[in-house]
Design a protein around this ligand. Sequence first.
Ligand code: SF4
Ligand code: SF4
Length: 94
Amino acid sequence: MIAHYGFEDGSGVFYITIDTGKCARCEDRGCAGGCPEGLFALEPDDEDIPVAGIREQARNALKAACAACKPLERRPALLPCQKSCGLEAITHSW
Ligand code: SF4
Ligand code: SF4
């Protein structure tokens, strides 16, 4: 499943997308500790397999929560969350 978490407003579109099909075959689940803001949470899917999601209380504040990782200049090619995910399951809309 492709899961989208976030929001949009007059300033832009702020979604983190997770390919949870990849989570089902992930061995280390590095995202859980790879985000300095602790935004990722692992929860069981319909088949009771832990898959990644974004904590509910953070979903409407992603723009601010991710700001330190995403400077306007010299933005790293891979964000910390993306580096922590060896299966490339995480994408950001902004
Ligand atoms: S590290 Fe990537 S593939 Fe593994 S659980 Fe987290 S988001 Fe899913
Ligand atoms: S950009 Fe930074 S704060 Fe945002 S989800 Fe990725 S690691 Fe966490």
